[in-house]
Design a protein around this ligand. Structure first.
Ligand SMILES: [Zn+2]
Ligand SMILES: [Zn+2]
Ligand SMILES: [Zn+2]
Length: 454
C-alpha cells in the first residue's frame, strides 16, 4: 500500500484539443479541486466559502470591511511576528512562479483622482459604518450590482458562509463537516481543530488546503465504504470489517494522485533572505513546521482506517504539490465595479451620488478595489504540460466571477494539438528557465529550448 499511495507517482498526462481555437478563445473552465482564501484577505472580501463568489450587498461588503478595519484588525500582510515569519510571508503556494502571469491579468483599474490621495484614509464614525453594514443606509445605484444573499454554515460555525444552499451542502459533503468548528462538526475534537486552524493562519494557510485534501479523501472513503456495506447487507453478508480497505482508500485518493508531487521542504525555493549555508537548517525548520501542523490535524480528525493519510511524508508531498501546481485564486470585487460605475455616471447624477458615496470611498482609500485572493489547485490545469512557447494561459475575463480557472488560447490551436501552458516566466534566459523547471522534475525540450540549445 505504501508504494501504491506513492505520492510521487505520475501518470502520463496530455491535454489534447479536439476542435480548433483562435487567439483569445476559451480553452476550458477548470473547477478547482481545493481552494482557500488567504486569511488576511478575509477582512477585505466577504465571499462564498465554496465557490468564492462575492456574497451580500454592496452596502454590507463596504460596511463590514470598514467595521473590521475600525476594530483594528490588521490588514498588514507583511507583519513580522517571531521566527517563523521570516519565511511565512514567502511560504504561500501562491508564491510559486507559475501563477505570476495569472495575477497580472486581473484588471485593476484605478479611480485616480476619484479616490482620496493614495493610501490616505479618512475614517468614518462607527455608527455610520455599522448602519451601512446592517444595510440601514442604502447607497445610490447599489441595486445595479445585486449579489447572492448569505447562507450560514449548517454546522453552526461563524466562519463559513455561502452564496447558495447548493454550495453550503457541497462544501459540507466534501470538506467542511470535518473542518467545521460549530456545534454540528464531525471532527473528533473541536478545540484541536481550532488549534490547527490557528496554527495555519499564523504560519501558512496552505496547511488548510492540505487539510482539505485529506478530509476529502477520508469523506470519500467513508462514502465508498458505506455503499459497500449497504450492498453486503442486501446479501446478508456478515463480514463487516473495521480494517482499512486499501482499494477504496486508493480510489478516494485518485483525484489527488494526478498532481505532480515533491516533498515541500525539498522543492521549496530558498527565500532571498536565507543564506545558502543555512539551507539545511532552513529545510529542517520547514519540515518541523509541517510536522507540527499534521500532528494538530491528527489530533482533530484522526481516522484509524485512513491512518496512512496522516503521515508526514504524505502531508509534505501534498503541500509540495500545491507549491508546484497552484494558481492564484482571484475574483474581482463588485465593490470596485460599483465605484467605477458611479464615477462614470453623467455629471449631474454623479455629483448627486457622490455626496453619499464619497465619504465611504475616502474611508476605503485605495483598498476599494481589493479582490478576493487565495490559492487553489485546479485538476485539469495541473495536467497541462509545460512549454516555453505555450499556446494557452490562465486568464480571468470580465465575466468570470467565481473561483474557477479559465484557460484561454494565446494563438490559434489546431485540432489534435496539445494544449500547453508555461509553469514559469517563459521570458527568462534559457539557463534560468531550465533551473526553475528542474523543480518540476524535467528538463524542457520545447521548440524554444531546443533552438536556443543549439
Ligand atoms: Zn458559492
Ligand atoms: Zn461550519
Ligand atoms: Zn522550453
Amino acid at each position: 500500500m505504501e508504494s501504491k499511495l506513492n505520492p510521487t507517482a505520475i501518470t502520463e498526462k496530455v491535454c489534447m484539443l479536439t476542435w480548433i481555437l483562435r487567439k483569445g478563445d476559451l480553452v476550458l473552465k477548470d473547477q478547482m479541486l481545493f481552494g482557500v482564501q488567504h486569511s488576511s484577505n478575509k477582512i477585505d472580501c466577504f465571499v462564498c466559502s465554496f465557490c468564492y463568489r462575492f456574497i451580500s450587498s454592496i452596502e454590507h461588503q463596504i460596511g463590514r470591511k470598514l467595521y473590521l478595519q475600525n476594530l483594528g484588525v490588521s490588514t498588514n500582510h507583511e507583519c513580522d511576528e517571531g521566527t517563523t515569519s521570516v519565511v511565512a510571508k514567502d511560504w504561500n503556494g501562491s508564491d510559486s512562479s507559475d501563477d505570476e502571469g495569472y495575477s497580472d491579468m486581473v484588471d485593476c483599474q484605478n479611480l485616480g483622482e476619484c479616490a482620496s490621495s493614495s493610501s490616505v484614509k479618512i475614517p468614518l464614525p462607527m455608527e455610520v459604518v455599522q448602519s451601512l453594514m446592517h444595510e440601514e443606509l442604502v447607497l445610490p445605484y447599489s441595486t445595479e450590482f445585486p449579489q447572492p444573499s448569505v447562507i450560514p454554515c449548517r454546522g453552526g460555525c461563524s466562519e463559513s458562509y455561502y452564496c447558495s444552499k447548493l454550495c453550503m451542502e457541497a462544501d459540507w459533503e466534501m470538506f467542511h463537516s470535518l473542518l467545521c468548528t460549530g456545534t454540528e462538526s464531525k471532527s473528533r475534537r473541536k478545540e484541536a481543530m481550532l488549534a490547527f486552524i490557528e496554527h495555519a493562519n499564523a504560519t501558512n494557510d496552505i496547511f488548510l488546503l492540505a487539510a482539505k485534501a485529506i478530509v476529502s479523501t477520508i469523506l470519500m472513503y467513508r462514502k465508498l465504504k458505506a455503499a459497500k456495506l449497504k450492498e453486503q447487507e442486501k446479501y446478508a453478508c456478515s463480514e463487516v470489517s473495521d480494517d482499512c480497505d486499501y482499494h477504496m482508500l486508493l480510489e478516494a485518493w485518485k483525484p489527488i494522485s494526478m498532481g505532480y508531487k515533491r516533498r515541500w521542504w525539498d522543492c521549496m525555493a530558498l527565500p532571498d533572505d536565507v543564506d545558502s549555508c543555512d539551507e539545511a537548517a532552513f529545510r529542517l525548520q520547514i519540515r518541523q513546521l509541517a510536522f507540527t501542523s499534521v500532528e494538530l490535524l491528527k489530533e482533530a480528525i484522526f481516522d484509524k482506517e485512513c491512518e496512512l493519510l496522516f503521515s508526514l511524508e504524505i502531508y509534505g508531498n501534498l503541500i509540495g504539490m500545491f507549491e508546484l501546481n497552484n494558481l492564484d485564486l482571484v475574483v474581482a470585487s463588485p465593490v470596485e465595479d460599483y465605484f467605477l460605475y458611479v464615477n462614470e455616471l453623467p455629471e449631474s447624477e454623479k455629483k448627486k451620488a457622490e455626496q453619499v458615496t464619497k465619504p465611504f470611498l475616502n474611508a476605503l482609500g485605495d483598498d476599494y478595489s481589493d479582490c478576493c485572493q487565495g490559492t487553489a489547485f485546479f485538476p485539469l490545469q495541473s495536467c497541462m504540460n509545460h512549454s516555453c512557447l505555450p499556446n494557452a494561459k490562465a486568464f480571468k475575463r470580465e465575466q468570470d466571477r467565481d473561483g474557477q480557472a479559465t484557460i484561454i488560447a494565446l494563438r490559434s490551436i489546431h485540432k489534435g494539438e496539445e494544449i500547453t501552458i508555461s509553469y514559469i516566466d517563459e521570458d527568462l534566459p534559457l539557463e534560468e528557465r531550465q533551473a526553475s523547471l528542474a523543480d518540476y522534475g524535467f528538463s524542457c525540450k520545447c521548440p524554444k529550448c531546443s533552438e536556443e540549445q543549439q
